[in-house]
Design a protein around this ligand. Structure first.
Ligand SMILES: Nc1ncnc2c1ncn2[C@@H]1O[C@H](COP(=O)(O)OP(=O)(O)OP(=O)(O)O)[C@@H](O)[C@H]1O
Ligand SMILES: [Mg+2]
Length: 240
């Protein structure tokens, strides 16, 4: 079942005294429930620009984005915000946790915008989610007292606490050492799978990308599927 689809999506920006910059060119992508997709690309290839479109944070210049088969362009700003809040969880390279708030408060934050049971049971839901990432004993810790890997696990709990159907991870292991990154990625893959959410991982790291089931490469704004062997061959030092 298609969850998110992009067809013929472009994103251009007007520059003063220069021709427009075509950041994304004719991107087509279908993401189904439970899918795990990786997107690799060099710096400047358009990854963050694409992520903003996938996360319903921005509009394409041309083409169409559908979520649950509904056209995003036909939604009002409020409808789009609600759709994003209910359905999309974000994980970033720099964790983006709120300082001065405990791990538990951080994980509870998205539930402040929820309604009904999710709002009233927010503390218990956040504690359960912290348990699922193995951090129940650190619920009262401040982020700055946690290691990088632990902070990213809190960020994963926060991204998943509302039960999103789409998780977008932008360089989720970029600030972690290789071993911690691998552990965090395995956990993300596992919790995403257990919750039936689709996961899109944008990364420079071919080993992280290889964990996904379908692989794409973004090159100067053009998105094309690649075989996992080709993804691994992109690794510096690997024999292509
Ligand atoms: N609003 C904007 N105005 C002008 N240029 C922009 C804008 N947004 C992005 N760009 C340009 O578009 C290109 C792609 O940017 P983007 O941030 O999507 O790259 P990226 O693949 O995420 O790179 P990185 O790996 O370094 O984060 C870059 O050359 C960037 O300078
Ligand atoms: Mg980027």
């Amino acid at each position: 079942m298609s969850l998110l689809s992009l067809s013929g999506v472009t994103r251009s920006v007007d520059l003063p005294d220069a021709p427009p910059l075509h950041i994304l060119r004719g991107v087509d992508l279908e993401v189904s429930v439970g899918d795990h997709v990786s997107i690799v690309g060099r710096s400047g290839s358009g990854k963050s620009t694409l992520l903003n479109l996938l996360g319903l944070l921005d509009n394409p210049t041309e083409g169409e984005i559908r979520f649950d088969d509904k056209r995003i362009s036909a939604m009002s700003g409020n409808e789009r915000d609600r759709c994003r809040g209910r359905n999309v969880g974000f994980i970033f390279q720099q964790f983006n946790l709120l300082s001065g708030r405990t791990a538990l408060e951080n994980v509870m934050t998205p539930l402040l915008y929820a309604s009904g049971q999710q709002f009233w049971r927010r503390k218990q839901l956040a504690l359960d989610m912290l348990g699922r990432v193995g951090l129940d004993s650190r619920a009262q810790s401040m982020p700055e007292k946690l290691s990088g890997g632990e902070q990213q696990r809190v960020a994963i709990a926060r991204a998943l606490v509302r039960g999103p159907r789409l998780i977008l991870a932008d360089e989720p292991t970029g600030a972690l050492d290789v071993e911690t990154g691998a552990t965090v990625m395995a956990l993300l893959d596992e919790v995403a799978e257990a919750s039936g959410a689709a996961l899109i991982t944008i990364t420079h790291d071919v080993n992280v990308a290889a964990l996904a089931r379908r692989h794409y490469r973004l090159d100067q704004g053009v998105l094309a599927p690649v075989d996992v062997k080709r993804v691994l061959a992109l690794q510096p030092g690997a024999t292509p």
